[in-house]
Design a protein around this ligand. Structure first.
Ligand SMILES: *[C@@H]1O[C@H](CO)[C@@H](O)[C@H](O)[C@H]1NC(C)=O
Ligand SMILES: *[C@@H]1O[C@H](CO)[C@@H](O)[C@H](O)[C@H]1NC(C)=O
Ligand SMILES: *[C@@H]1O[C@H](CO)[C@@H](O)[C@H](O)[C@H]1NC(C)=O
Ligand SMILES: *[C@@H]1O[C@H](CO)[C@@H](O)[C@H](O)[C@H]1NC(C)=O
Length: 273
């Protein structure tokens, strides 16, 4: 039933297409045709979206077929029963010419068409709906692994759609940073199509400058981690030695001071007596 209206869209050969254009142009000039509309919609995985097919509210609809290419999604026909299987989690409101899609999946991204016909009219008008379903990536996390002067950082984030890349951010003096071996990886779940992404960088801390590194996906940023922290900074070593000397001095000098103090207070008491 729908295929007779949809068929022209799937004619592949150029000759047929050109022929179709001519026929189309002729038919356009002969019969009034509803203007073609293009609608862009966004949705989140797991959420709902309502697609309103553009219709003339003053006219009565005979049918509405909402399709994804050749695949029937949902719709109604006022004169006959639709035998085709409807997509799960979808429903149609005849009065509003609206199709509700619940619990969206990433795989439902794409181009949809509304084919409609009004009562007492033979022509069909169609429109294209671009639906983009996205999923938010988790807040990225960074782990570091340092050995000698070489650090390996891995940033990971899961459960997002569509595929994207992680970016690295550096706070501090990064002029001594030598980025090497950047590796990216991504895994997509075959059912949900959601991606897990990761990026690994290794770098050289020979310059001895401490810096803070984090990574981000879209506008979500990880915590920043300190890297290239000098383990044996000379001023820290000096400070440690000073503290130890002071500690020993206090331990040794305290009994001496107490003894001296006792001696004098003892003498003073004796004088009063
Ligand atoms: C999506 O639609 C379902 C079914 O109509 C409903 O139960 C659910 O609450 C809706 N979810 C949101 C986020 O609106
Ligand atoms: C950054 O580090 C480089 C090399 O280690 C050094 O020459 C430069 O002066 C530093 N800049 C700042 C602002 O600390
Ligand atoms: C993505 O990461 C989640 C959480 O770590 C994990 O449960 C899932 O199996 C991963 N999926 C793929 C395709 O690697
Ligand atoms: C790190 O950088 C220093 C100074 O440029 C260089 O001498 C050293 O070979 C580098 N080490 C590694 C592991 O790349």
């Amino acid at each position: 039933m729908v295929s007779s209206w949809v068929a022209p869209q799937f004619i592949k050969t150029t000759i047929a297409r050109q022929l179709l254009t001519v026929i189309f142009a002729v038919s356009l000039s002969l019969a009034p045709r509803e203007s073609f509309a293009e609608i862009h919609l966004r949705g989140e995985v797991g959420e709902n979206v309502t697609v309103r097919c553009p219709v003339d509210r003053h006219k009565t609809l005979t049918f509405l077929y909402f399709q994804k290419g050749k695949e029937f999604v949902n719709g109604f026909h006022r004169l006959k029963n639709i035998q085709r299987k409807r997509w799960e989690n979808t429903s149609v409101e005849e009065d509003d010419a609206a199709v509700q899609m619940c619990n969206l999946k990433a795989s439902q991204s794409g181009e949809y068409q509304c084919y409609i016909q009004y009562k007492d009219e033979t022509n069909v008008s169609d429109s294209v709906i671009h639906l983009s379903v996205t999923a938010k990536y988790s807040k990225p996390t960074v782990i570091t692994l340092c050995h000698a002067k070489r650090c390996l950082l891995t940033c990971t984030s899961h459960g997002g759609y569509p595929r994207t890349k992680l970016t690295w951010n550096v706070i501090g003096n990064s002029s001594g940073l030598i980025w090497t071996d950047r590796k990216e990886s991504e895994d997509s779940d075959p059912n949900t199509m959601l991606y897990n992404i990761s990026s690994t960088v290794s770098f050289n801390c020979s310059y001895g400058e401490q810096m803070f590194i984090g990574c981000s996906v879209g506008d979500v940023t990880s915590e920043f981690l300190a890297v290239c922290v000098p383990k044996d900074r000379p001023h820290i070593r000096k400070l440690t030695i000073c503290s130890i000397v002071l500690f020993i001095a206090i331990i040794v000098l305290f009994p001496v001071w107490k003894c001296v103090k006792n001696f004098f207070t003892g003498a003073a008491v004796k004088e009063i007596i």
